[in-house]
Every structure is written in structure tokens, then in C-alpha cells.
Design a protein around this ligand. Sequence first.
Ligand code: RUQ
Ligand code: CUA
Length: 639
Amino acid sequence: MQRKSQLRLWMGASLLTALLLALTFGGCARKPKQLAQGGDVTEAAIATYVAPGDMDEYYLFYSGGHSGNVYVAGVPSMRHIATIPVFTPYPGTGYGFDKATKDMLGGYTWGDSHHTALSETNGDYDGRWLFINDNANNRVARIDLRDFKTKQIIGPIPNVSGNHGSSFVTPNTEYVLIGSRFSIPLPRHTYAPIEQYATVYKGVVGALAVDPKTGQMSVGWEILMPPFDYDLGDAGKGASDGWAFWTCYNSERATGKLEVTSTQRDRDYIAAVNWKNAEQAIKNGKFKMLDGVKVIDPKDTPGVVFLMPCSKSPHGVDVSPDGKYIIGSGKLQSITTAFNIEKIQNAIQTKNFTGDEDGIPVLKYEAIKDAEVNVGLGPLHTQFDDQGYAYTSLFVESAIAKWKLGTWEVVDKVPVAYNIGHLTAAEGDTMHPKGKYLVALNKLSHGRHLSVGPSQPESSQLINIAGDKMKLIYDAFTEPEPHYAQMILASKLKPIEVYAKEESKDPNAIWDVKDAKVERSGNTVKVKMTAVRSSFEPNHFEVNQGDHVTIYLTNIEQTTDEIHGFGLADYNLNVVIDPGETKTIDFVADKPGVFPYYCTNFCSALHQEMQGYLLVKPKGGAAAASRVKPVGEAAGAGR
Ligand code: RUQ
Ligand code: CUA
């Protein structure tokens, strides 16, 4: 099997080489250009080409920014494979229309998803869950990687405002980190004039606890922080296990035009939280309740939080694979700072402080740093490979710098197109990065694709990092807007292909068309419905106007890919049921008339015949029905 696919790969590669050579020397109109970075086109093509029917080596999970989604692609092909809706309704999979997902969205129709966080065991991806934060509405979601579906959304999380410094996980997924990007008077919904910003407004950092069996999140604890803007985070591991770090800007506690007012000081901070001590403080009762959450005030609880001075307006903070170095990047300077966890712990023990902020000790910068690495302009985020190198994205310079941990020399740079934000290397934020691939997540893509007008996609560029020199090998594009992304070995995931009938826990599921039924009690109507190639059962049912209708719809198929949909026009209902899945559809039949329902997923030769009717008898009988205006008319149709 292995040999066969290797042979296929080799044959594919040689065919491709022949083709590319023919193209290069044959004077064809589509002559491949030399890569801008001087790389070899043929080599790049072979490195990224995944032949039809072959599989990619890695899954790439992109956050979808304000689209509220997560995108799944394969590496090295960079092909988009799926969209996982998280914070936003998504008709493509019927997400946000059935009762369970609608309840989970809690009335919100968007979120701003920033940082993917694959669950970890002993500091490595374990392929169980993917967490992602919502920067807008202070939430965190959990996707189950067994079926690639969003299973929980927690939030709005009390006291957190703008949950940006999230959802990084600790090495055994004990916690998912949370943090306030915006400080506000607490608890939420408290009013205080903006003039009191520096004294009354507060930020928090904290953690959601994760049930190790189920992945279920609950609010763990929070720490009351000065009114800075908590930006990015990362959990310690190895040598720094038990610590969590967040960068913060605006240590000036300024308001107004922050681009000026918050960049006055030479240094801002990284907040270092000893989360094991935080756990202990909670156990010892050293907290107060704030909006239902256990909140630690660092001035009454020493030993939990310390501030590490960092280059001004820092953005990313990233812990090296062994946990020894904490890399903080100040986006307004050309250096990135490598802090040493041993030195940090020493400085804490010897009380090598230079002052405090609201009772939180500030560590002496010179005592805790190992190096300032001159990486280039606008450093943001850092990832790691398996050879002891770090890769830092340079927003202003539009490049990636490769540098060595420990010797601190910058050994290579590759330009990207353009203005890179995050970057992600293969398992590049774990204790055992894999090297080989790096993806640059760029903010601008101008001129790299067919024009689609003023609203342009984001660009992601695949870079080969296997050799000494980084080689740009592929351009891909996505919908707005990936922030972070993570890459996990495909072999670590074993997704299911159908929901097994034996595992169904829904008490309202039925598995035989003969069990389909309509039950009425008062003005409540319950419909147990099946979907199977190529009909719904019941294929019509009648209710009275004003009835509360619940349909329990089971796709009784047990065959891969046999998905059915249920679209009901005028009632704005669209649900998709995967094989073996049951979904609950809940609505009030407030519009009288006859409404067709039909299968939305092309499932068989008789897919088009998979349809039925909802009949809604008008209040006051048939005479009233003829008086009811058609829906379009009532709404004032046309523009
Ligand atoms: S951010 S471009 Cu929301 Cu992670 Cu750095
Ligand atoms: Cu079922 Cu189309």
C-alpha cells in the first residue's frame, strides 16, 4: 500500500516534471515564470502537487475572522476542503437553523474568530478538539474533531471585554486562556465616565476549565488587572509549564487616539501568570465573586501575577518548544526579545523588581531577558521548527525572519506578499514541531490573483522550511479573514463518516419510515420524520395556524456522504442532516397556506422528487384563508 502510493507519487512527479519541462521549453503560452524569490518553479510544483485521489499530509485549520467560521485546508496542496461554521449561521450545513445550533448561537449572528487552539496532551496536539475565541462577543467555541462540528459555545464570558488574548491551551488542555482586549468598568453594564479610565476601568485575564473527558468548558477563574489592553497569549510548557503569558499594550492607561496616546512609554508588558498558584489561591478561598466568577485581586494575593517589561506595543508572545524561552515581539521596534524562564523565576525569588502596577510587581527587564534579536521591521508572531529555529513574521517589512534559538543569529529571510500577520508552522507551537511547512497568513494580496474588485481575499503562502533557505512554493487565497491557523498531521485525526445508529442518543430519533408520525396535544404538534433516499416521511402534514410545531428529523441512512437537507421556504428554515443524524426544528406556524418542503442536498437520481407539503389551516377556517394576502405583497415586494 505504502509502496504503491510512493510509486504513484513518483510517477505523478515524473509526469509533472515532463509536463513542466515541455511547458518551459515548448514555447507554450502558459510558460511558468521564474518565482519572484528566485526559486525553481518545477521544484515548487512538485512539492505542492497532490495528485487526484491522493491525500494531503497535514490538515490546516484557519480561523475565519469576522466571518465567524473556521476553514479547513490540506497542506501541501492548500486546497480548501471544508468550512466549519462556528459563530455565524451557515446555510451550507444548516448551521444556526435547527434548535440545538440556534440555541448555541444565542441570538448572535456573527463572531470574530481569531485564534485556533488544537487540544494538547503533554504539549503535543492530540487531535481531539479545536477551540477558537470570539474577539467580538467574548466567547470561546469547541469543535469536536471526530465530526468537525461545533459542540459548545461558552459566553459571553463575564467580565471579559473583547476576548482577544484567547483561546490558547495549557499543555494538557487543563485550561483555555481568556483575556480582555478592552478594559471597562466591571462588572459589565456598569457605567463610569471615560475620565475615570486609568483608575476605575479594569481588564481581566483568566482561564476556562476544560473537562478532560468531554471537553466541556466552564469558567475557571479570572484575575483583576490594570486597565491595559491584553492582546495575545500563550501557555508555558516544559520548563515553563504552569505559567501563562499575555502581552499588553497601553500601559499608559490612555484613552482617545491610542495610536499616539498609548505609545508614549518605551516599554509595555507581558503579564506572567503562575496558573498553578492561581488555582491554589482559589482553593484557599482568596477570591471574590464578580458577576458569578471567582476573581483574584493580585494586590491581596502575591505570587500569582508579575509584569515583564517588553518592547513597546507588543503583539505576539510565543513559548519555545522546550518552554525555556518566551518570545515577545514589540511591533513598533525591529527587535524581538527572548526572555528566559529560569531568569524570570530567579528575579521573582530575589524580588528583583523595579516597581509595581496596582500592586503587581514589575520584574527588572535586564535581569530576565536573554537576548534582543534583530529580526526586522514590525515583528508580530513567532513559530518554531524541529531544528531549533524560530520564524518571526514581520508585518512592516512583509517578510519572515528565520533565526536560531540560543545563538540568536538571523540566518534567513523570505519576502511575502504582503504584510504578514500570523504564521503557522507544522505543529509549530507544540513541544515537538515537525518543520517542513510554514504558512504565512498575509493581510494584503493585491495583484496575486484574478481581480475580484475592491474587496480582495486574504492570501496564504506556503513556504518550504526543510532546507537552510526558506522557499516560497505556493499562493492560496481565503475568504476574510484568517488570523491564526494551526497545522496538524493528518494521521492524527480519525473523523467518523456517519453517525452510527447504535450511538444515537436522541430520544426522538426514529429509524424506520413506519415509525414516522404526527402527534398533537393542544396547540403543540410534534412530528417524527425520516429522510432517506428519496423521500421524507411524512411527506405532508397539516397543522393549525398558530400551532407550535417541532419536527424531529432523522436521516436514517448509514452510508457515507448520503446527506439530506430540509428547506422550508417562507418559514426561513434550512436544515442539513448527515447520515444517522437527528435534528430538531422548532417554529410557530404563524403563516397560513401550503408550504412545500424539499431536500436541498443532491442525494440521488430522484433527489428532485424528495419533497413534501406543510399545510397550515388558517384561523377562522377556509374562508379566512382566501382573504390572507400573499406573503410578498404583505411585505411590500419589489425595489
Ligand atoms: S492577531 S496579526 Cu488577532 Cu492574533 Cu496577530
Ligand atoms: Cu435527499 Cu436530495
